[in-house]
Write a protein that binds this ligand. Sequence first.
Ligand code: PMP
Ligand code: GLU
Length: 409
Amino acid sequence: MLIAERVQKLSESATLAVGAKANALKASGKDVIAFGMGEPDFVTPEPIRRAAMAGLEKGLTHYAPTPGDKASREAIAAKLRTENGIACKPEHISVTAGAKHALYMTLQCLLDDKKGQEVILPTPAWVSYRPLIELAGGTCIEVPSTIESGFKITAEQLAAAITPRTVGVIINSPSNPCGVAYRPAEIEAFAAVLAKHPRVTVIADEIYEKLLYPEVEPGLAHRSLGSFAELAERTITINGMSKAFAMTGWRVGYVCAPGDNGRFAKELIKLQGQMTNGIATFIMPAIVEALTNGASDVERMRKVFASRAVLMHQRLSAIPRFRCVKPNSAFYSFPDVGQCLGLTTPGGRKIDTAQHFSEALLDEALVAVVPGEDFGACARTNVRLSFACSDENIVRGIDRIADWVARLR
Ligand code: PMP
Ligand code: GLU
């Protein structure tokens, strides 16, 4: 069979691969503790589920407009205006099949093939950004951070990475996989740098915006790049329902592109019309319900994630061979396991990479983590653990890891 080279070259999503492997082992009866997949363990709040059921009962079973119905685009635009300070109208919004779809289309609309266009990506960064940039014909320019810098890049690093070929910058705060959010002053410093480069489109992936833990880092707050007047015209904000409302399986994301009188949004919706068209129509009322009445449920889940962040960090940072940054947001820890590499496991396997480490840990200790390699060149000795799981799983799982790591020779 003929298969296009660009698809053959595409790497499989490491997060989805670990999730699938852990699920297969569980299905075969193994007592696997899974820290792999980044998705809330909560069921979607009941009023949101009821809104979709009511939509189905009302017969909302025909095609919706490609970018979503009027009510859901209005609810999203109102949310972005009031909560994020982004000046936008419903026609600047498209509802997509997950934030991943929104990112895919944004990059397809931004980038031309074979023009040597660069997109800057602070790393460690989520596994899908690089493949999506490359699939659209762009070059991914990583700007690395370190454990010492708390997994944050500086405004100076950002400025130094911008070249005449730079067309885009992706800022994902709070970050997957770092579990770290920039403070408002740090976002302001990025905005000041980006203001000097009017050709650069800013892609702000704010999907974890609601999962911030000021109880861990006092003063922490979210600041949207799209709210700065000097960037408003060229910032594309990506968000979605998956994380804040525990709606990963619903596949609802959205993109907001107010610039140039909504020209980018129009082009993106044209692409979407040829690609997936609108999402399921009966889901539209659930979006409105979540965005207008869902705040107390979001806060209930946020508080639980905040306490798990503390527990996860306590346990992980007590493992002598691990080095960790304390998570202040999202639901990820991203320890450096470099001191374990070069050693031999209790089962007699030599572990030389984070990939080997993760495979051996799953096979021998039945704990699933995501190896760091696909999160960026600076993340090759890290592994990602999601703490979107029960306290009991965190305690049992980290005990297993600690015991296994102590037996490496
Ligand atoms: N952005 C980031 C940073 C993510 O971690 C994810 C993973 N859920 C997505 C986007 C995509 O989310 P979804 O497609 O589930 O809305
Ligand atoms: N974004 C989540 C993660 O990183 C879900 C899986 C994915 O889409 O990558 O685990």
